[in-house]
Design a protein. Structure first.
Lengths: 329, 261
């Protein structure tokens, strides 16, 4: 129960922060819900995706990520709640909103008998006359210009993913929504995709929403993320905020770990003390005591070279949060 | 307005590109139309060459009547069904329909763009078959009478109408069901088996006027080819044609608009 409260507090905190930046939101949803019969695939999701960021939307398979994206794109109707894409309400102004959005849902599909360039010609036809002029640039942008004359049936999954991004770029989108773009890619393909996404954000100022269950990749690629579990957003914020556990441990790097452990043991400010890989780790009743304890160690002749929050990977935080919720449920 | 027209033209060209570039499919469609023609003509030519007294020349007006039946009632419509099914459900089968929907473009426009592209392919195939058949009609006529210029013109109009209607119906059904195999099976079964049986069933009386085959046989120009003769007014024939042309495409357009992408 307490964990639920903690998770919702974090969500609430981030929402308040994001609301101050309302004008800049690329996506904003309020209590967005999609029900299939009695089951809520997405349950009251309120989310703000700031413009000009790579935003990770994390969750296990079946957590509701794709359903959420499908609602934003008007592919399926929401049961309740509201959604704005680039400031326009969807589905009411879906066509206007989607004219500035590029998206890959599930996996990019193409006509296998056509070449990469021909597939983009087909895609450009639906998007308008300007899109046709962007074909060459889009192919170069994703590094497929040399293979553009080959049939898509001969492409690897990584190449099809990149061609999917090229197709998104035909409409010169302000916002890209990529559903599991790293799925099935080899390490080289993942690196290419990561670089490309960073360039789209940093060099071209686009917003990229990536839904994924590959947490390591999201951590490396995204600036901001939200975690969805069984239809609920359980946390959202910058990657640094998400991996920084405020109630978590401090790691001490010093010349005499055993002495440091003895000095800290029994201190009322230390809630928990342990050693990991030869380095003392402590949880405090309040972070403010960290400086005081550092002075004590130094005063006692222990040379402290590092005292900092123990940083955990996004994957560890994600598993911790979702496991806590499972236990609470 | 100009922009919308440009986009419409681009969409039609794109649909045409995806159809004509499917080389195996185009080869199949051509085979469906040309192979029976070549086999039937070749058989007649060999028969005539081996025993001219018993078997007349392979070409001429009689041959021309059978050619029209082949291209306008049997294999031409089969080709039209294959093309219509591909045009109507090809983007769904490839998963590209979702991407088209994601652009925000009107789904009705997406449906309508399928029709001209499919008709271009369908009528090109029909034209090839007709040209080959016409060459045989004159080339192997011997001393037999040949079709007049006006009959040829009428025939071109009739073949265009017959195969276009079937092609558009196939696009509608494929868009409605989202299934190429289902559409092909149902329509070929109807066109080659059920509909000819019903047309020949005198018990049905004027109900046969509602059959597309009945209308096409009524409108068919040239000499009789052994098919049953159905009498109706031109107005009834046109009304039935319009009904067929509107019903399935309307359902197909509706399903394209409402389909979960």
């Amino acid at each position: 129960m307490c964990d639920h409260v903690a998770a919702h507090t974090l969500v609430g905190m981030q929402s308040t922060h994001a609301n101050q930046d309302h004008q800049a939101a690329a996506i904003e949803t309020a209590a967005l819900t999609k029900r299939f019969g009695d089951r809520a695939a997405v349950d009251g999701v309120s989310l703000v995706v700031p413009r000009g960021t790579a935003f990770g939307f994390l969750g296990h398979n079946g957590a509701g990520k794709t359903t959420f994206i499908r609602m934003l794109l008007g592919l399926t109707r929401a049961s309740s709640g509201t959604a704005n894409v680039l400031g326009l309400p969807v589905p009411a102004m879906r066509a206007q909103a989607l004219a500035r959005v590029g998206a890959i849902v599930e996996e990019p599909s193409f006509y296998p008998h056509l070449t990469g360039r021909e597939n983009l010609r087909v895609a450009a036809a639906v998007r308008g006359p300007e899109a046709r002029e962007r074909i060459g640039g889009a192919l170069r942008r994703v590094g497929l210009d040399k293979r553009a004359g080959d049939r898509v049936g001969t492409y690897s999954l990584g190449m099809r993913q990149r061609l999917g991004v090229a197709r998104c770029l035909l409409s010169d989108p302000e916002l890209l929504m990529l559903d599991e773009p790293m799925n099935g890619l080899d390490p080289g393909g993942m690196l290419d995709m990561r670089r490309m996404i960073r360039e789209l954000v940093e060099e071209e100022g686009r917003t990229v929403l990536i839904s994924s269950h590959l947490l390591g990749e999201v951590e490396k690629t995204c600036d901001v993320a939200a975690i969805i579990d069984r239809g609920h957003v359980i946390a959202q914020g910058s990657i640094d905020e998400l991996v920084d556990d405020k109630a978590g441990e401090l790691v001490i790097e010093c010349d005499d770990a055993e002495r440091a452990l003895n000095l800290l043991a029994g201190d009322p400010a230390v809630r928990r003390l342990r050693s990991e890989h030869g380095a003392p780790r402590m949880s405090l009743t309040a972070r403010e005591y960290a400086g005081e304890l550092n002075s004590r160690l130094v005063g006692a002749g222990v040379v402290v070279t590092r005292l900092e929050p123990a940083r955990r990977s996004l994957e560890e935080r994600f598993l911790e949060m979702t496991t806590r919720l499972e236990v609470a449920a | 307005m100009t922009r919308n027209l440009t986009i419409t033209k681009q969409m039609i060209a794109a649909d045409l590109l995806r159809l004509r570039k499917k080389r195996g499919f185009i080869a199949l469609v051509l085979t469906v139309v040309i192979a029976p023609l070549v086999i039937a003509t070749g058989y007649n030519v060999i028969q005539h060459a081996s025993d001219p007294a018993a078997h007349g020349p392979a070409g001429g007006l009689q041959y021309y009547g059978r050619l029209l039946s082949l291209l306008g009632v049997f294999m031409g419509p089969v080709a039209a069904i294959l093309i219509g099914a591909e045009a109507g459900a090809g983007d769904l089968a490839a998963g590209v329909f979702r991407d088209n929907v994601l652009t925000g473009r009107s789904r009705t426009a997406l449906f309508l763009a399928r029709i001209p592209a499919a008709l271009v392919v369908c009528l090109s195939v029909t034209a090839l078959g007709f040209a080959a058949g016409l060459a045989a009609t004159f080339g192997f006529a011997g001393g037999l009478p040949t079709p007049s210029a006006s009959l040829i013109l009428e025939s071109v109009g009739w073949l265009t109408l017959a195969n276009s209607v079937v092609c558009v119906i196939a696009i509608g059904l494929a868009s409605l069901t989202g299934s190429r195999p289902g559409t092909i099976t149902a329509l070929i079964g109807w066109q080659l088996v059920l509909s000819p049986l019903l047309v020949q069933s005198d018990n049905l009386g004027s109900l046969r006027n509602g059959l597309l085959d009945g209308v096409m046989l009524f409108l068919k120009p040239g000499p009789a080819s052994g098919a049953p003769t159905i009498t109706m007014s031109v107005a009834v024939a046109l009304a039935v044609l319009c009904a067929w042309l509107l019903a399935l495409p309307t359902l197909g357009a509706w399903r394209t608009r409402t389909r979960d992408a």
